[in-house]
Design a protein around this ligand. Sequence first.
Ligand SMILES: [Zn+2]
Ligand SMILES: [Zn+2]
Length: 407
Amino acid sequence: MKLTFLGGVSEVGPLSMVMQYRGTTLIFDHGMLPANPPEYPMRPPMVDFAMLSHSHLDHCGMIPTLVRSYDVRILATHPTIEVSELLLYDSLKIADIEGYPKFFDKGDVKRTKAAFDIVGYNSKRDIGGMEIEIHSAGHIPGSSMFELRGEDTTLFTGDINTGNTRLQWGAHPVKCDNLIIESTYGGEDHPDRVETEGEFLDTVEETIDNGGQVIVPVFAVGRTQEILMLLNDRDFDVWFDGMGRTVNRIYMNHGGFVRSPKALRDAVENANEVRSHDMRKKAMDAEVIVSTSGMIEGGPVLNYIQNKRKDENCSILLTGYQVPGTSGDMLLERGMIQDRGATIPVECKVKRFDFSAHAGHTELVEFARGCDPENIVLMHGDARELVAEDLSEFQVHVPKEGEVLEL
Ligand SMILES: [Zn+2]
Ligand SMILES: [Zn+2]
C-alpha cells in the first residue's frame, strides 16, 4: 500500500492522507485549519472513497472540495455528518466576513451531505478488496478509527482519546500490522482528570461564594457538553449559549454515540438554554455562563466578558488549549482580550483547566503498544520524535507533508 500525506502530518494542521491499494484510491480526512489565515492541505489526486474520522474542521474542513471534483462516497457516522455540516456552513460565513478564499460553496456542502455513507461503530464495508471496520476513537461523539483488513491490517486512528471523559468512553487498541496514529500531545501528559474536575468545580463554587459569577468559554463540539455534564454534579445556576446549543441537540438525537445519553440530557435540562435576546440579558445574572467560543475569538462569550470585565470577583475559566495569538491566550498571559481590533483589559480572575479530548504522551505510547503493529506511522503532531523514542521497539515512520510512504 502507498500512503501520501497531504497535510497536518508534522504539525496539528489540516489533516489529509491518501492511500492507494490495488487500484483503489482512498482519502482519510481532508481538513482545514481555522487559523488567521486558514491553512489547507495539498490537492488530492482522484479519489474513489473518503473516510471522515470526525467533525473537527482540521479533519473535515475541505471534504466538500472532494465532492465538487470527484464522484466519491464518504464513510462517516451520524454525529460526524451533522456536526460537520454545521461547521462547514459556519466556515463559509467566517470566510465571507474575514475575506478568506473559498474552495467550495453551500451547494457543495449540500452535495457532500448526499454523498455520505452512514456507518455506526462496528459497521463493516467492503471497499477496494479490503474489509473496513469502524471503531470508536473516544475523542468526540461519532469520532471513528478505521480498521482496514486486506493482505495486512491497517488502523487509521484520526484523533483519539483513551481516557474516559463524562461524554465518552476511551478508545481501545486494535491489533494491526500498520498503525497510523495521531500524536498531538507527544511529549506531554495531562494532569489527573478527576483532580482537574474537582479543582474546576471548587473554583466555580468559591467564586460564587465570594459573590462573583463564572464565565466558561467553551468549544461548541464536545467541550460544551463535557462542561455542562460536569457542572451538573453540583447545584449551580447554569446558563449556556452559542453554537454548542445545536451540537447538544445533535448528540442527544444520536445518544448511542455518548457514554450516557441520560447524563447528557439531565445536564442540558438542568441548565438554562439562552434562546432569545431577553434570555441573553437574564443570563448576565447567572452564577455560571457557558458559551462559545473556546478561545474567545467571537461568539456570545465576548459579550458576557465585556459585560463583566471590570468585576474582580468574577472568574473566567478557560477549558482548552489556547492557540498563541488568540484572545484566550492574551487573556491568560496578559489579562486582555481582543474585540473588533481593540485590546481591552479584563479584571476578572483567569484560570485554565486541561479538559483535553486527546490522549496524552503516555496514553499514546500505551495505545500503540496495545495494537502491537509492525509499522507505526506518526502523524498530526509537532513532537513526533518524542513519541518515536518511546516506541523504538517498532518500525516507526515520521513522514513529512508531500512524502510518499510504501508499506
Ligand atoms: Zn479533533
Ligand atoms: Zn485534529
